[in-house]
Design a protein around this ligand. Sequence first.
Ligand SMILES: Cc1cc2nc3c(=O)[nH]c(=O)nc-3n(C[C@H](O)[C@H](O)[C@H](O)COP(=O)(O)OP(=O)(O)OC[C@H]3O[C@@H](n4cnc5c(N)ncnc54)[C@H](O)[C@@H]3O)c2cc1C
Length: 479
Amino acid sequence: MNFDILQSPFAFLHQEIGDITHEKTLRAYEDSWEKDGRDISAAIDRNGTPWLRMFNPQGKRIDEILFPREYWWLLKSGYKAGAVWRVFEEDSLLTSYLQGYITSFYDSGLYCPHTVSLATAVSVEKYANESLKQCFLSQLLKKDDTVSQGATWMTEIKGGSDLGGNTETVASQNGEHWLLNGDKYFCSNVQAEMAVVAAHVEGSANNVHGLALFLLPKFRQDGSLNYLIRRLKNKIATRSVPTGEVELKDSEAYLLGTPDIGIYLIMEVLNVSRVANSMASIALAQRALFEAWSFARQRHAFSKPIIEHGLLQQQFNDRFKQLRSGFALSWEAAKLLDEVWREKPPYSERYHLFRLMAHLSKYWSAEFAVQSSKWAIEVHGGIGVLEEYGVERWLREAMILQIWEGTPHRQILDGLAVMEHKGAHLLLFNYLQDRTSKEALEAMRRRVEKHLLLPKEVKEAKSEALFKDLALFTIIALA
Ligand SMILES: Cc1cc2nc3c(=O)[nH]c(=O)nc-3n(C[C@H](O)[C@H](O)[C@H](O)COP(=O)(O)OP(=O)(O)OC[C@H]3O[C@@H](n4cnc5c(N)ncnc54)[C@H](O)[C@@H]3O)c2cc1C
C-alpha cells in the first residue's frame, strides 16, 4: 500500500471526499503550515506555557498573554483563511471543518481558538439582539488582522461533567446588563476579546435547567478589565492555546436567548466543538501515522527497512483503514451538523440523529488518536520517547482531545440519553438502512433496545461495550 498520501492533510481530504470547494485556499493554507507554521508550532510546544503579564509598569492590572509575534501570524492566518467568517458568508460549516483538519494535522491546540471563536459567533448570531450583533459579531467576522476572538467557558473547579450541579457562577440582572460572579477553572483562548459563559441565574434550580448562557466581553463599557486572569495552566500539550483561570467579579455580561433554554444553547456550543474535536482527532492520527511511516521507511532492522517486515506492514495497513473509516464517521457528523446548526429548540429528529452521531464520533475518534499516537511512539522504538524527535508530542496532544469537550464517559452517557429520550438509535438505523444488511441492523436494534430497558445503574455500568460496538457498527456501515 502507498502511504504517501499521509504526508498531506489536503491530499487525504481530497482522496476521501472528492472535489473540494476552495481547493486553492486550503492548499495555500497547508503550504503556509509546511513552510513556516510547523516550525513555529514546534517551538511553542517546546517552550511551554506562555507568560501572563498581570500588571503594567504603573501597577495597573492588564492581564496580557505574551506570545511571540510569529504565534499571532499563525493564529490569524487561520482566521483570515475563513475559519469563522466563511461559515456565515456561505451559510455552511464544512469548509471551516476541512480547514480545521489541516490546522490539526500540524497543531490541534491551535485549532482550539478557531473552534471556540466559531462557537461564540454561532451563539451570538443565533441568539443575540441586533445591537449586540453589530457590536460583537461584526468583530468576530473580520477578515484581517483586527479580527476579534471568542471563547467558551463553562467548567469550574468542582468539575465539568456535571455542569448543572457544579456551576457556582451566579448571574444577577442589573439594568441592561447581567453581573456575573464566580470562577471559571478551564478557560481556553483566555486572551479572547469575548467569551460565552455558563452561569446560574440567581435563584434558579441547581441543575442544568437553571443554567443560562451569557456573552462576556473582555472589557467593561467604561474600558476597564471585565474579569481577571488568575493564572495560566501548565499543560502537557495544546500549548498553542493559553488556558487560564478567570475570576468574575460583577463582570458585565449579556444574556443570550432566554434562561429557560440556556442548557440547549450550551449544548449547541458543544455541538460545534465536538465535531471540530472529531475532525482534529482524525487529523492528529493521520499525522502520527505519517511520522511512523516516515521513520519506518528509513529505519533498518534484520537487513531491511522495518516497514518491509510483515508484522509492521500489517499494522500499517490496518491503521490506515481505520483512519479512513474514522474519517468517514467524523465527516458524517460534520455534514449532519451542517444540516441542523441553524435549528433552535424544539429540535427536529435530524438534530437528535446528529447528536448521537457526534457522541459516537467524538468518542471513537479521540480514542483512535490516542491509540495511533501511542503506536507511532512504539514504531520509533526508544527514539519515540525522546522529546527532541517530537513524535511523543502527538500522544500528549491526543490525551487532551480525549478530555476536553467531554470525556469518553460523558459521550457514552449522553449518547445513551439521546437514544433513550429521543429514540436516536432508531433514527440512526433508519439513516444507515441502505448501507448495511437488514439482519445486522435488526440485531443491533434489538441489542440497543434490550440495553435501554435495564435498570439505570446496570445500564450505565454496562454501556461502554454497547457504545463501542455501536460506533464500530456505524463506522463499518458508513465506510
Ligand atoms: C487543556 C484543557 C482545556 C480546557 N478548556 C476548557 C474551556 O475552554 N472551557 C471549558 O468549559 N472547559 C474546558 N476544559 C475542561 C474540560 O471540558 C473538562 O476537563 C471536561 O469536561 C471534564 O471535566 P472535569 O475535568 O472537571 O472532570 P470531572 O467532571 O470531575 O470528571 C472526572 C472523571 O469522572 C468521570 N465521570 C464524571 N461523571 C461520570 C459519570 N456519571 N459516570 C462515569 N464517569 C463519570 C469523568 O468522565 C472523568 O473521567 C478544558 C480542559 C482541558 C484539559
